[in-house]
Design a protein around this ligand. Sequence first.
Ligand SMILES: Nc1ncnc2c1ncn2[C@@H]1O[C@H](COP(=O)(O)OP(=O)(O)O)[C@@H](O)[C@H]1O
Ligand SMILES: [Mg+2]
Length: 294
Amino acid sequence: MIGALNLERPSGERFRDAEIMAMETLAGQVATALDNAHLYARSRQTVRELSDSLAQLRLAQAQLIQSAKLAAVGQLAAGVAHEINNPLTTIAGLSELMLPDLPEAGGLRDDMALILRETQRARSVVRRLLDFSRHPEPHRDLTDLNALVHDTVLLIYHAAIARNIYIAEAYAEDLPPTQLDANRMKQVALNLLNNAVQAIARGGHIYVDTGRSRRDAAPGVWLRVRDTGCGISPENMERIFEPFFTTKSPNEGTGLGLSVSYGIVQDHGGIIEVESIINQGSTFTVWLPVAGRG
Ligand SMILES: Nc1ncnc2c1ncn2[C@@H]1O[C@H](COP(=O)(O)OP(=O)(O)O)[C@@H](O)[C@H]1O
Ligand SMILES: [Mg+2]
């Protein structure tokens, strides 16, 4: 039963048989119509739920593919880095030994100094790559994220001012101390800040702030670096966390900053998110879980 129909005559007279029959037919039709309307609403709801879960499934799949791809590329790169590290060590060591014995005249010593510098540069890239892939046992202490970020801002402050970039810092006062590998997390902050500086060609702003928020009910803290720089195109957006992906000249970028940062944040159980509008700027947010109620 989906409802009841109550009919009365104002005069109180009884309905005739034919009238009752007509009413019964009508009631049947109304009932069918109501039933159909309910069914329709329910099927619309089901369709909506299905398309929601389909969208969630697609998102989860895309994230899975992305992290599997990063892991594979990371392993490959780590293998290559190991192979390259040894010969580079030999070249750097021998150049250093030979340098003082070379004659100043004729430029030989300068050439050797250049070989040494370039080899050291290559080694530092390789070392960073190994750091990224090794996932060393994290060394964590209760850390004040605000102080860590501010210390890192100081490192790039002068480079920024020299490029007409102004940095505004806004730190949340109620931030709980967080279990962090401070050195590695500094590296994350430095990478994000360097990228922000490099994204701004002719003057601009970098906004650095921190706060606390929950994700899936887990308490955490976040660090955000926003710049008014060149922004990231949608095609590049899919690749920025890949090792060696860079849009910069070899002097400016190695393409390792974000992939290393991604690994570090992941080791902390956190998440890096990016939003960007081309020619307007980018926002990188790092969220990190904190123990307890936060
Ligand atoms: N704040 C930013 N604004 C614009 N582009 C960015 C920003 N951060 C990262 N990118 C893009 O992501 C690429 C990869 O960044 P990263 O891994 O730090 O390597 P690198 O800085 O050495 O190029 C950069 O080359 C750049 O194209
Ligand atoms: Mg970088």
